[in-house]
Write a protein that binds this ligand. Sequence first.
Ligand code: G3I
Length: 462
Amino acid sequence: MNRARTGGAIALAGAAAIAVVVGLASSAQAATTLGASAADKGRYFGTAVAAYKLSDATYSGILDREFNMITPENEMKWDATEPTQGQFSYGSADQIVAHANAHGQRMRGHALAWHSQQPSWAQNMSGTALRNAMVNHITNVATHYQGKIYAWDVVNEAFADGSGGGRRDSNLQRTGNDWIEVAFRTARAADPGAKLCYNDYNTDGQNAKSNAVYAMVQDFKARGVPIDCVGFQSHINSGSPLPSDYQANLQRFANLGVDVQITELDIAGSGTAQASSYASVVKACLAVSRCTGITVWGIRDSDSWRSGDTPLLFDNNGNKKASYTSTLDALNAGGTSSPPPVSTSPSRSTSPSPSVSPSVSPSNPGGGGGNGCTATTSVNQWQGGFVVTVRVTAGAAAINSWAVGLTLPSGTTVTSTWNVTRSGNTWSNVSYNGHVNAGQYTEFGIQGTGTAGTLSPTCSGS
Ligand code: G3I
C-alpha cells in the first residue's frame, strides 16, 4: 500500500476509509492498536520513552493508545540514577514508572551495567573499586524497582564489533572477565522476579559478534548463571541492514532456553521499503515462540536518537506512517504462529546464591473450559516469592472479554500484577487484551511473596 504518498487531508481521509473497509472485510475483529494486537499473540509492543516528553499531549496520547511496554530511553542508566557515588537519583525514572502503572503498561529496565553513559566518577574508576561500585549500583537500582520491572537489560553492549568475536574493551571488562556473570547474579538477588537480559546491537544475524554472545549464553545456561533473555536492539540502516537470517538467529538463541526480544527497533528509510522491513521484523518475532515482544526506540521520527533517518512508525506530527500500517497488519496477520504453552513460560536459571533458588514448575494442564476460553498457569517460584504467568486461550470463537478464577494459597501476598484487573479471586482483562481471536491467547502476570503451589484456574469468556 502506498498510502503515505497520497498526500493531502482529503486523500488521507479517503485512504483511511478504504483501509477500514478492507480491514472489516478481511477480519471483523482485527485489533486496531499495536499493543492490543501484540497482546492477542501473548506478546507486548513497547517503545522507548523520555520522561521530559510525557507532558507533550501528542506524545503521551500515542504512547498510551499504542504501547503496553515502556523502556526509559536514558533515565535508568548509571549516569542518571547515581550521578554521585552512593547518592541515588530516581526522579525521572520514577516518573516513567508511575506513568506506566497509571496506564497499564509494563516496564523494561535499561540498563544496569554498560560501558557508556557512566557517571564521570565511575568512568575514572578501575579494578576492585569499580567492580564493587558496579555491584552496589545494580543492587540499589534493581532493589528500588523490585517487582516493577518485567525485564532488565542487566548488561548492555559488552561485545566488540568486527570479526574478532571477543569482549569489548572497557573499564568494566578490565575488572575481570566475570563481570557480566557477577552483574547477572547481583540483579537476580536484588529482584528475583524480573527477567534478566543481555542486550546488544549488530547481533541481529549470525556473525562473529552474535556467535560470541551465543557462546556466553550457552556457557551461562550450562553453569547456572541466571540469564532469562537476550535483547536484539535491531537498529537497522544501510550500513547495518536487516539480515536475511534474522528469524533463524532469534530461533537459535531461543533454542538455548532463553526468551528473545527486539529491544530498540528502528529502521532508516521511508515508504514501502521501510514498511516492508518493519513487517519482516514482526513476522520473524511472531514465528519464534520465545520472542516475547518488540520495542521500537521512540515514538515519532522527531523523537529518535537519529531523527534524520526517519526510522520510526509515526511522523514528526504524530501521524501513522506506512510502516505503522505494515507493522499492525503483520501483527494482526500473525495468527498462525501461536507458540505452544510451555515455550513462553518464564525461564529461570538456577542461581548459585543459596538465598535465591528460582525454579519453574511446568504449566498446569489447564482449567476452565467454561465459556469460550481456557486458562493455564506457569509458576516461577523462588525462596519467598513467585511470579505466576496465566495464559488465557480462546476456544473455537473469538472472545471480547474474559475472567479467570484463581485462588492463591493462604500466606501469599500479591505485590504486583500486569495485563489484568483483580477483584478478589477473579482476574479480568484490561482494555487492550480482552479481545482474543479464536485459538489465540493472551497472558497476564501476578508477582507475590510466599509459595504459589499448584494452581487450578478457571476461565470464562464472552
Ligand atoms: O540531558 C543532556 C542535556 O542536559 C545536555 O545539554 C545535552 C548536551 O549534549 O545532552 C543531554 O543528554 C543527552 C541524552 O541523550 C538525553 O537526550 C546525551 O548527550 C546523549 O548522548 C544521549 O543520547 C542517548 C544515547 O543512548 C547515549 O548513548 C540517546 O538519547 C539514546 O537514544 C541512546 O540509546 C541507546 C541505548 O541506550 C543503547 N543502544 C543504542 C541506543 C542508541 O544509541
